[in-house]
Design a protein around this ligand. Structure first.
Ligand code: PLP
Length: 449
């Protein structure tokens, strides 16, 4: 594609004139004007091409512009572009079937939403109505979305400005051995202490007041902390003991990201409700949802479910989901993600950690990896302080700039960079990304002491 800086400048000026951006001080941002994207790459108007190690916001699980999904959306638009949720529509039913067949256990009824936060809102609503209880427990170091209940559940600084005392959310610590809130030194110790802490929290909150425990199966934006063996099974057991609904949020971890259809399948747990979005259709058209257990679905057999959305199960979004799931089956994208994690990304990132003193820990699986960057490996002091801004965040900004200079678009959150490319990234592309990270980590190393 021929560079066209003038066109790029016009696109950016139009953006700055009228587009109000998420999570940003509007006067301080300088968004890149995107000219196009395909597969694992996107490019700007100035002739720069980037390997996308973010999958957008960790959602283009089959990459950009997959021809079969684009064609399915076009075909659906020509046939029936939209229809209201109360009707039975072929493509909606087919999307629900394909999703239900892949979710674990008896999560066989699908309530569609337009995205992840709405899925979490509705999962909490279902749990509260099913139990007749109000309180919801959620973990620190988590993200569940930006609508009112979802942001209250969130356990990172994005919650602070939107926190309201009335939501009935109680936060607890989930396991994270590298930065253990329990002073544990082994996975087994971390697991046992985290479960005891959850039990204690429930005891002091009053088990009969707790409707749900909401957890990301593997926390995503907060740092890709794979739970220790036994933790999620332990939470399942606690939920069963107290009649608490177990909600797993798989908005980011689901649909192939971890090398399984759903991350819960790595841990042999079946929640009562599971939220999804993002990878369900690679984000080509907004779609999310809640997969519902038989028992909770039965609560609403005779009693109306008091929730809904104009675009619930939108035909274009469902057509994109049907096509995406078929592509993932035909091209073995889930198996590929598992393999690329085990044989390329995991070993490659660990090899970088050996050579770069700024890498404190490598965590992850599949196409879902985090590098925890530190000032000092012994103290594990984060490369930048928690929620650092401005000058304090400068080392991470310098690292990010170095990635971009090397043709890699990096995912950066606080002191971490995540390697979260498309699940169908090729081995050669993954190695190209590792080489760019290698060069950029040299910049981070300069800030170690
Ligand atoms: N839950 C998790 C685990 C997420 O990662 C996200 C988004 O990043 C959400 C919920 C919110 O999804 P959405 O932005 O589609 O509302």
């Amino acid at each position: 594609v021929e560079p066209d800086p003038q066109a790029g400048a016009a696109v950016k000026a139009a953006d700055r004139a009228h587009v109000f951006h998420s999570w940003s001080a509007q006067g301080l941002i300088d968004p890149l004007a995107v000219a196009g994207a395909e597969g694992s790459y996107f490019w700007d108007y100035d002739g720069n091409r980037y390997l996308d190690f973010t999958s957008g916001l960790v959602y283009t699980n089959i990459g950009y512009q997959h021809p079969r999904v684009v064609e399915a959306i076009q075909e659906q638009a020509g046939r029936l572009a939209t229809f209201a949720p109360a009707f039975a529509v072929d493509v909606r039913s087919e999307a629900a079937r394909l999703i239900a067949e892949r979710t674990p256990g008896d999560l066989d009824k699908i309530f569609f939403t337009s995205g992840g936060a709405e899925a979490v809102e509705n999962a909490v609503r279902m749990a509260r109505l099913h139990t007749g209880r109000a309180k919801v427990l959620a973990a620190y170091r988590s993200y569940h979305g930006a609508t009112s209940t979802a942001i209250n559940l969130t356990g990172d600084p994005r919650r602070w400005a939107s926190d309201t005392a009335s939501a009935g959310v109680v936060h607890f610590w989930a396991p994270f051995l590298y930065r253990s809130p329990f002073y544990a030194t082994t996975e087994a110790e971390e697991c046992a202490r985290a479960l005891q802490h959850l039990e204690d929290t429930i005891a002091f909150e009053g088990p009969q007041t707790v409707a749900a425990i909401v957890l990301e199966t593997i926390p995503g934006t907060a740092g890709i902390m794979t739970p220790p063996p036994g933790y999620l099974a332990g939470v399942r057991e606690i939920c069963d003991r107290y009649g608490i609904v177990f909600v797993l949020d798989e908005v980011m971890a689901g649909f192939g990201r971890t090398g399984a259809w759903f991350a819960a399948q790595h841990y042999d747990v079946v929640p009562d409700l599971m939220t999804f979005a993002k990878g369900v259709n690679s984000g080509y058209v907004p779609l999310g949802g809640v997969a519902i257990s038989a028992e909770i679905a039965a609560t609403f057999d005779k009693r109306p479910y008091p929730g809904g959305l104009t675009y619930s199960g939108h035909p274009l979004a469902c057509a994109a989901a049907v096509a995406t799931i078929r592509v993932m089956e035909d091209e073995q994208v889930v198996e590929h993600a598992a393999r690329i994690g085990e044989h390329v990304l995991g070993p490659g990132l660990r090899e970088l950690a050996e050579r770069h003193p700024s890498v404190g820990e490598v965590r992850g699986l599949g196409a879902f990896w985090a590098l925890d960057l530190v000032r000092n490996r012994d103290t594990r002091e984060p490369l930048v302080p928690y929620n650092a801004t401005g000058a304090a965040a400068a080392p991470m900004a310098a690292f990010g700039a170095a990635c971009k200079k090397n043709g890699l678009w990096p995912f950066i959150n606080m002191n971490r960079t995540h390697a979260v490319p498309a699940c169908n990234i090729t081995e050669a592309e993954a190695k190209e990304g590792l080489a760019a990270l290698d060069a950029a980590l040299t910049v981070a190393d300069e800030h170690t002491v």
